[in-house]
Ligand binder design. Structure first.
Ligand code: NAD
Length: 527
């Protein structure tokens, strides 16, 4: 038995209700700080009741001071405080061991579900990915991230070596939809490479990272290694502005609009994981034995977490060979989703009016039709500030795709919504042109085992995480492959050693040139 109270401060099963709301704290300079001002606008997503006291931090001077205090050379680097690489490996080992415990696993799964209602499987998925990530970086793997290389020089005594160097004071800004996985993996990645992060998670869900941080500290992470702030987005914007160049890098995960704003404020010192308008193409090689699987994967990609994944399937191209079999299957699967098991649930950033306005605007396109959904869920107590919509699909005729509605059709709706387009062989140029014009390049899927078809699409597109083959999906951000957008020099990645190294460190070349003095060297006339 693990004594949960050694690191947790609340009980997501019995506590966190209007009588006994969960209390979230900031962490600054190694101390947990009790706040005097709390947010009043974060109701429990399923009931609308008050259940959490999240700090409404307005005074961020202490956080700015700590950004100023962190040296450019970081908390450690390959030539400084190298024992910290080992210490972090040990923290990961202990934390992963603790997260293997079923009580701890259940604690985080339930906590995620309270603030971001999705199926138990989806919540557990985040906990497991985070644990596997910790396992991957247990022991020596943190130091291996900072592996350097050497090249022989031009003469004896000369040798050039490339090192991975930290940035120093950095910030992780994380959204609401993966309350544990995104901030945990990014904050740890920042630390591994020697940075000191200031972490800010969307206040609707920040309680999850707060509790995870307590677990890491319990497992030996020095509490002064990072700061954690709970504040509104605009306050974080001001903090970034006032920190000037002391904040050497912002790793931002969230919407495109905010990413672009921060890019301007930081004068480009940003690594971005932003919005996704993710496409999937079902190729011409229809095979009835694959139809159930392909339909199931499409449904999972479009509607798990009620469509609130940056990797959610937003645009589904179906080759006409599949149309008759696939669309009825998609409809059936969507209708099976229900609030009771949270296979469909609250939408935290889009309300019903915004959702329906978008659906109706697409239905004005000639020939467009609603294939299923388009209505509010029945019998629920989801508060009006959040959305509560059925899984919805609108079909747009391929001939209308590249018209004046393209911008609207390819707008990311962070809810249970997808656009479906049926195409035939002769339409492939339109399909390819629309992929070229979509501004986001996060995930994509090419559902086909036809290698020539795969090759044609792969060679003409750039999405950072692309699945191919009959089992291809758009969602999936585990610890075992890179996840992130491509086609933007500011792109960040998450999860793998390459993602951590690329996002959280820069290259430094040190050239040793120690002699000996060459006998044939002609001394210049210095007189
Ligand atoms: P958002 O941009 O509104 O918020 C993201 C974070 O930024 C939050 O913590 C928020 O408080 C903070 N923020 C808001 N305004 C800010 C400002 N001016 N300065 C600094 N911080 C600010 O995004 P959201 O609605 O919470 O999340 C949904 C979006 O995130 C979608 O567009 C989705 O595609 C994207 N997302 C991307 C990935 C990825 O890996 N690419 C993963 C998850 C979500």
């Amino acid at each position: 038995m693990v004594n949960l109270s050694k690191f947790t401060t609340l009980d997501p099963l019995k506590g966190m209700n209007k009588e006994d709301p969960g209390n979230v704290q900031n962490l600054v300079s190694g101390e947990w700080i009790e706040s005097s001002q709390f947010r009043k606008d974060i109701p429990e997503p399923l009931t609308g009741e008050h259940f959490l006291n999240v700090p409404d931090t307005k005074d961020f001077s202490a956080f700015i001071k700590n950004l100023e205090a962190c040296p450019k050379s970081g908390l450690h680097n390959p030539l400084k405080n190298v024992e910290r690489y080992l210490m972090l490996g040990e923290v990961c080992a202990r934390a992963s061991e603790l997260m293997r415990n079923k009580q701890v696993e259940e604690f985080f799964t339930r906590l995620i579900q309270r603030v971001m209602p999705k199926t138990k499987k989806q919540c557990l998925g985040e906990v497991v990915v985070t644990r596997l990530f910790l396992e991957n970086f247990s022991g020596d793997n943190v130091r291996f991230l900072s592996r350097s290389f050497s090249n022989p020089g031009d003469h004896l005594g000369q040798e050039s070596s490339g090192y991975r160097w930290p940035f120093g004071a950095v910030s992780v800004i994380a959204p609401f939809n993966f309350p544990l996985e995104i901030p945990a993996l990014q904050a740890l990645g920042a630390l591994f490479m020697g940075n000191r992060p200031l972490v800010k998670v969307d206040s609707k869900v920040s309680v999850v990272f707060e509790q995870f941080l307590r677990l890491l500290i319990h497992c030996g992470l020095p509490s002064s290694d990072l700061d954690f702030i709970n504040c509104r987005g605009e306050i974080m914007g001001k903090l970034i502005e006032q920190s000037k160049t002391n904040l050497r890098l912002v790793q931002f995960t969230g919407s495109k609009e905010v990413a672009e704003k921060i890019a301007v404020t930081t004068k480009g010192r940003i690594k971005i994981e932003d919005a996704g308008f993710d496409w999937k193409i079902i190729g011409p090689d229809y095979d009835p034995k694959w139809a159930d699987y392909v339909a199931w994967q499409c449904d999972e990609d479009a509607y798990n977490a009620s469509g609130q994944k940056c990797s959610a399937q937003s645009l589904l191209f179906i080759h006409e060979n599949w149309e008759k079999d696939l669309i009825p299957k998609l409809r059936k699967l969507a209708l099976k989703r229900k609030l009771e098991d949270l296979s469909i649930g609250p939408v935290l950033t889009w309300n019903n009016t915004q959702f329906l306005d978008h659906v109706n605007s697409l239905l004005k396109i000639p020939g467009a039709r609603c294939l299923f959904g388009g209505k509010e869920l029945a019998n629920h107590s989801i508060p009006k500030v959040y959305g509560s919509m059925q899984p919805t699909a609108v079909e747009i005729p391929i001939k209308e795709l590249l018209g004046k509605s393209f911008h609207n059709v390819t707008k990311e709706i962070f809810g249970p919504f997808q656009v479906i387009v049926v195409y035939e062989d002769s339409d492939l140029p339109i399909v390819k042109e629309s992929l070229e014009q979509i501004s986001q390049n996060l995930t994509a899927a090419i559902v086909s085992n036809d290698v020539v078809f795969q090759q044609d699409l792969l060679s003409n597109t750039i999405n950072g995480t692309t699945y191919i083959g009959m089992k291809a999906r758009t969602t999936g951000a585990p610890q075992n492959h890179w996840f992130g957008p491509s086609g933007d020099p500011r792109s960040a990645g998450i999860g793998t050693p390459e993602a951590i190294i690329t996002t959280w460190s820069g290259h430094r070349e040190i050239i040793k040139d120690v002699g000996p003095l060459d006998q044939k060297w002609v001394v210049p006339d210095i007189s």
